[in-house]
Design a binder for this molecule. Structure first.
Ligand SMILES: Cc1cc2nc3c(=O)[nH]c(=O)nc-3n(C[C@H](O)[C@H](O)[C@H](O)COP(=O)(O)O)c2cc1C
Length: 359
């Protein structure tokens, strides 16, 4: 089976083509440190060809949701080190996903400080999870040009910390409506400085962040996740084909470990001009390794690899409940279903207590 064949990303050998997709589980402590439960959770899943961690805040200002981990102070680095050491001892590979939530946050989880964003435009028609329940989004504060440059620097220092923490590489969370995605789309970015306006200007933030990451790591150890056809979190754009076409063409120049492309998981009936299939539309523009993601099962994953439309496939929800997903694929075994109620927050229940087949 192609899914189980090894794969080489530059100097990094992956045991198979099954990637564990990044998943926020909201079980870090108040200081953004991971702990022994995270060591267990990630080690249980170390048979994946590559693990991408839950989204990890690059600075204090990046935080948008409670109990999410960070990579901006030494204690956080030290606790992640226990995770990477254990995953490596189990033969696994692990990248850190670097995160800034931008306007997808709330002052209630930010010590009373308003979220920041490219422009002072709030997310309409959605609620945000806080420790005091679901709340309407606030109008974020627009970052000054100086602050935008500082945020680029925060990603770079988090990448340096990821190296100190023993990761094999880093992935920029450029998807699903968080800060880098907010800079990209004209529905959230109406800046008049060099970070807004034209497609080139709106891509500038993401490209500068990527250059920063590549300056800390070899480019073959840096990936990016994009979701060009997901309008969630107010990610409206007047021309996603032109926008992401330009961005991907520029990413080819770096060249990266991979492009992690998330397929649309939301209906697009109200957006007739949007491409329906992110992989079909944008995949061919990318010249390097493609990870495809979104709603795959074993057979569909095998099919997309066989067709050569992607080289790796990542699995999110299936990895919540199936720590031994690779073994289950190999045996054609049934998959356990994840419990939605314990996805975010809590302790070991719904986190480290899903058994492997043999247990
Ligand atoms: C509980 C949960 C948390 C998630 N958190 C993140 C995250 O931190 N970063 C990210 O890029 N995607 C996140 N995602 C999206 C997944 O990485 C993946 O793109 C999505 O689940 C689709 O893949 P799947 O159909 O295999 O689940 C999350 C998904 C789930 C189910």
């Amino acid at each position: 089976m192609k899914l189980l064949e090894s794969f080489q990303i530059g100097s990094l050998k992956l045991a198979n083509r099954v990637v564990m997709a990044p998943m926020t589980r909201s079980r870090a402590d108040q200081q953004g440190r991971v702990g022994p439960l995270h060591v267990r959770y990630y080690t249980q899943r170390a048979s994946a060809g590559l693990i991408v961690t839950e989204a990890t805040n690059v600075s204090r200002d990046a935080i948008g949701s409670p109990l999410t981990p960070g990579l901006f102070d030494e204690e956080q680095v030290a606790t992640w080190r226990s995770v990477t050491d254990a995953v490596h001892a189990a033969g696994g590979r692990i990248f850190a996903q670097l995160w800034h939530t931008g306007r997808v946050g709330h002052s209630l989880v930010r010590g009373g400080v308003l979220p920041v964003a490219p422009s002072a435009i709030r997310i309409e028609g959605q609620l945000h999870f806080t420790a005091s329940g679901m709340k309407e989004y606030e109008t974020p504060r627009a970052l000054s040009t100086e602050e935008v440059r500082a945020a680029v620097g925060d990603f770079r220092s988090a990448a340096r910390h990821a190296k100190q923490a023993g990761f094999d590489g880093v992935e920029l969370h450029g998807a699903f409506g968080y800060l880098p995605n907010q800079f990209l789309v004209d529905g959230a970015n109406q800046r008049t400085d060099e970070y807004g306006g034209s497609v080139e200007n709106r891509c500038r933030f993401v490209l500068e962040v990527m250059e920063g990451l590549v300056a800390e790591w070899d480019s073959e150890r840096v990936g990016i996740k994009l979701s060009p056809t997901i309008p969630f979190n107010g990610m409206m754009d007047s021309d996603p084909r032109a926008l992401f076409g330009h961005l991907i063409t520029r990413l080819n120049e770096l060249p990266l470990a991979y492009l992690h492309l998330m397929q649309g998981l939301f209906p697009l009936d109200k957006l007739p001009s949007w491409p329906k299939d992110a992989l079909a539309t944008f995949g061919p523009l990318y010249r390097g390794t493609l990870i495809t993601n979104g709603g795959y099962d074993r057979d569909r994953a095998e099919q997309v690899l066989k067709e050569g439309r992607a080289q790796l496939v990542s699995f999110g929800a299936p990895y919540v409940a199936n720590p031994d997903l690779v073994t289950r694929f190999a045996k054609g075994a049934a998959l356990a279903r994840p419990d939605r109620a314990t996805m975010y927050g809590g302790g070991e229940k719904g986190f480290t207590d899903y058994p492997a087949l043999a247990e």
